[in-house]
Design a protein around this ligand. Structure first.
Ligand SMILES: NC(=O)c1ccc[n+]([C@@H]2O[C@H](COP(=O)([O-])OP(=O)(O)OC[C@H]3O[C@@H](n4cnc5c(N)ncnc54)[C@H](OP(=O)(O)O)[C@@H]3O)[C@@H](O)[C@H]2O)c1
Length: 343
């Protein structure tokens, strides 16, 4: 194997306070020899996930990122070398990797995907976030026709897809975001019935007025104060899908980071609510059917995927910092390498 050097972004120091670009460093090392069961992948696009921030400090099912470690994320790329029986050289694959030019991953965790014009869609619409939106709305939230569904971080990677999937199920969908411009887009271009700004002084009143008969399904991407606001507005037998807790990942405020929300258990008892955690990996057997359905909805233009594409490995830290401040529209992705040469 020819000599390859790997440029990667690592966590430079223990976090104190909110995440900033200074917490990251660039490291260049030789690509190590692959173990017999590993696939060597040239990374083309990497996701910018809020979970990358969560694993720097909070408890998640994933290993903690320590100073010197690479950044936890999903990637799509091209196979350079793989064991017998694995994907062939030049196949397009996704896996968990890092913000780096080359990733080594166990063959059992590498998924071959079709080559398509916009490869980054394997990280959004046809990747973990699309699947999360799909299973959160259909299997956990069980959103149904005529119901009121509220989605937080509704213009984000998971949220804008979850809101549209709930509309396909026939629900009336209300988005929550941190910006009026995002809200206009959700209503004018993605068919949301309404959208409210979580930063507005009138946020609670507006949401209450829009949900007069209560909220049947709350797709919660944020936790924190937004969940506190939504909980008392739930309808009897409502379902809360706990997908993510972005509000707590990077907060300097102990009250926000503390486990919540307020109102448990009484509000849950009063309204016979179900609050259920979602881990998309639980639905592995159903991924192929879900991916087929997501692709079909997109082809039929029932589902519009928004991508916030940033250019270059070095742009990744700033992209994550921006996302945690709400400065992303749709799925945030960075391009790390060029598309494969046409054969
Ligand atoms: N359970 C699973 O299997 C699974 C799988 C994938 C992702 N997730 C989770 O899904 C969630 C969404 O992920 P994503 O990649 O699509 O990210 P995203 O929603 O595109 O980006 C994060 C968004 O969170 C909002 N936000 C940031 N700080 C906030 C705060 N303090 N309070 C309320 N909202 C805040 C911002 O939107 P606004 O400013 O517009 O509100 C920001 O754009 C994350 O929590 C992620 O961890 C879960």
């Amino acid at each position: 194997m020819e000599y390859l050097s790997n440029r990667q972004i690592v966590l430079a120091e223990e976090l104190s306070g909110r995440l900033a670009e200074r917490h990251f460093a660039v490291r260049v090392t030789p690509v190590r020899n692959r173990l017999p069961d590993e696939v060597l992948i040239r990374v083309i696009f990497a996701q910018v996930p809020p979970a990358a921030r969560a694993v720097m400090t909070t408890t998640t099912p994933f290993p903690r990122t320590l100073p010197g470690d690479g950044i936890f994320t999903a990637v799509v790329g091209e196979v350079v070398d793989a064991p017998q029986g694995g994907p062939p050289p030049a196949a397009i694959v996704t896996c968990f990797g890092g913000w780096e030019q080359y990733t080594l991953a166990p063959v059992s965790q590498v998924r071959e995907v079709p080559a398509r014009q916009r490869l980054y869609e394997h990280l959004g619409l046809l990747g973990l976030n699309g699947l999360t939106a799909y299973f959160g709305v259909s299997s956990v939230g069980r959103a149904d026709s005529g119901e009121t569904v509220v989605v937080s971080a509704a213009a984000g990677g998971v949220g804008h897809l979850a809101g549209q999937i709930a509309q396909i199920a026939g629900a009336r969908v209300i988005g929550i975001t941190g910006s009026d411009a995002k809200n206009r887009l959700l209503v004018n271009e993605l068919g949301f019935a309404a959208a409210v700004n979580r930063r507005s002084d009138t946020f609670t009143r507006e949401l209450r007025d829009l949900c007069g008969n209560g909220i049947d399904v709350y797709f919660d991407n944020t936790g924190g104060p937004v969940l506190d606001t939504v909980l008392p507005l739930m309808a009897p037998y409502g379902r809360i899908v706990c997908c993510g807790a972005t509000a707590t990942y990077d907060s300097a405020d102990d009250a926000v980071r503390a486990p919540g929300p307020r109102g448990i258990p009484q509000l849950v008892i009063n309204n016979r609510l179900v609050i259920e955690g979602l881990l998309t990996s639980d639905f592995l057997d159903e991924w192929p059917a879900a991916l087929e359905r997501l692709a079909r909805w997109a082809a039929e233009e029932q589902l519009v995927a928004l991508t916030d594409l940033r250019d270059g490995l070095d742009a990744a830290p700033a992209a994550l910092v921006a996302m945690l401040a709400g400065d992303n529209l749709g799925q945030m992705v960075v391009r790390i390498g060029p598309d494969p040469q046409p054969s």
